[in-house]
Write a protein that binds this ligand. Structure first.
Ligand code: HEC
Length: 155
């Protein structure tokens, strides 16, 4: 009897559940995953106020290290070139230079990636791109923060 009810209940489920993705979840994910920390100018300095006008537009202050100088990308532009499904696949597999924590994004569920996409698409104008990557040895023309390994005496 119980088994019949369970099986009957399962059969009543739709074959493919509707996506649970939402703009609200994406907005929260951008905060708790730390995406604004680097991709939203002034976010950290404001004590974590998300300014919708500047949310995820990238930053002109780069990070310089052995990899060269990288600038947090304008994610509105990056995602404008992808469909929601393309972004869900990309979020599972992409890699970048440091200090972008791409491995953290790989840990998102598909619904989380789709929510992040919906959130970014809900933001306003794309705005300008962040400065181009500068290879090691070349001098950046935009401001940067130096990420250097510590040099201990005697090493
Ligand atoms: C420590 C700073 C930092 C944090 C935190 C960070 N990013 Fe990045 N991100 C960068 C930098 C710098 C780049 C550019 C890397 C390069 O040039 O190879 C980048 C690049 C990217 C790219 C590639 C964009 C493109 O057009 O190639 C994506 C996508 C991305 N970040 C998404 C995210 C998401 C989503 C989060 C939140 C989970 C996040 N980032 C958190 C610094 C950061």
């Amino acid at each position: 009897m119980l088994r019949a009810m369970v099986v009957g209940g399962l059969l009543a489920l739709p074959v493919q559940a509707a996506s649970a993705a939402s703009v609200e979840d994406g907005a929260r994910l951008a905060v708790i995953s730390g995406c604004h920390d680097c991709h939203t100018p002034g976010y950290a300095q404001s004590g974590g106020q998300v300014d919708p006008a500047r949310s995820l537009v990238g930053d002109g202050v780069g990070f310089r290290g052995p990899w060269g100088t990288t600038y947090p990308a304008n994610l509105r532009i990056t995602l404008s070139k992808m469909s929601e499904t393309e972004f869900a696949d990309y979020a599972k597999s992409f890699q970048t230079r440091p200090p972008m924590p791409w491995f953290n994004v790989h840990a998102w569920t598909e619904d989380e990636a789709r929510s992040f996409y919906l959130y970014v698409k809900s933001l306003g104008e794309l705005g300008p791109a962040a400065p181009e990557f500068v290879p090691p040895g070349a001098e950046p023309k935009s401001p940067f923060i130096v990420f250097a390994p510590p040099q201990m005496p005697g090493q």
